[in-house]
Unconditional design. Structure first.
Length: 289
């Protein structure tokens, strides 16, 4: 039986259900705890059973698993202290009135931020991609060896509520493999985007008497379709794609000229049109290096 008193950190992933959980790296089980409904990395012994004598996952290990879940499901996650009375690591600016429960308020606010980021991108929940046991996708340490910086950059980008910030964050992933401006990576990988194996990520609508004919949506297939359509439109207009994507990055990152600002209109629409291209290229950068 799991001793939840020893738990220190958990993962909140809005819009993603882990069901009965899954095994990770042959040493951990990721399960949903019955009290706070966080996804908890639980240590396993060599025979695959819960080891009550082993330490629970450290903060660094929990953050890594949170990044893996976020990347594989393009779903924002956050790591929360397991104890509801844990105070935030900083002091808010305010009047003399104290929060009634600073720890709970801190945790709930972080969880709500992730929920809103998910709700801006998806209308429904996402289905876990992993099989309960023996899934090669859950060999996280092998899959992301040497790629954890790029992985963290990607997951930081998809936590953003603002699409302009997400674009800038994703472009940072394209700069990571060669430690340059990202244009060479775009040029080298753009045509591969059509046939690259991104796997499948299914979004399912909750069953209801009013909706019994809806079929699941493959998120990565939808992103590919949108990205290829955008690439074709840019090439038809004789626009150099690496230069175009880099110019958007500069317009967001620099306070010089040709600034891109959130006008709730044309600027956001233009960046959103290119977002699927940058997102899929960023996923390739994380997986390929």
């Amino acid at each position: 039986m799991i001793n939840w008193e020893r738990a220190t950190f958990g993962i909140w992933a809005s819009g993603l259900s882990v069901g009965e959980g899954f095994a990770a790296d042959d040493r951990w089980a990721i399960v949903e705890d019955p009290y706070e409904h966080l996804f908890m990395p639980i240590p396993l012994s060599t025979d695959g059973q819960y080891d009550p004598k082993a330490d629970h996952a450290s903060l660094a290990q929990t953050l890594f698993f949170a990044d893996c879940l976020a990347f594989d499901h393009d779903c924002p996650t956050t790591v929360l202290p397991y104890r509801p009375d844990t105070p935030p690591p900083y002091e808010a600016i305010g009047h003399w009135r104290e929060w009634e429960d600073r720890g709970r308020y801190y945790r709930d606010t972080l969880a709500a931020a992730v929920e809103h980021a998910h709700a801006l991108r998806y209308t429904d929940g996402l289905t876990l991609r992993y099989a309960p046991e023996g899934d090669p996708l859950t060999r996280f340490e092998d899959r992301f060896e040497g790629q954890q910086e790029a992985l963290s950059l990607y997951t930081a980008a998809i936590r953003q509520v603002d699409f302009l910030s997400e674009y800038l964050g994703l472009y940072r992933v394209l700069e990571w493999p060669r430690k340059d401006n990202g244009k060479k990576f775009i040029e080298a990988n753009l045509d591969e985007l059509r046939d690259y194996d991104f796997g499948s990520l299914w979004m399912c609508e909750p069953a209801s008497p009013l909706n019994q004919t809806e079929v699941p949506i493959d998120v990565f297939a939808t992103l590919r379709e949108r990205a290829l359509g955008r690439i074709e439109a840019l090439r038809t207009a004789d626009i150099g794609i690496p230069e175009h994507l880099y110019a958007l990055r500069n317009g967001l990152a620099h306070g010089k000229q040709d600034l891109i600002l959130n006008d709730l209109g044309p600027s956001v629409d233009a960046v959103a049109a290119d977002l699927p291209v940058v997102k899929l290229l960023a996923r390739m950068a994380v997986e390929k290096g």
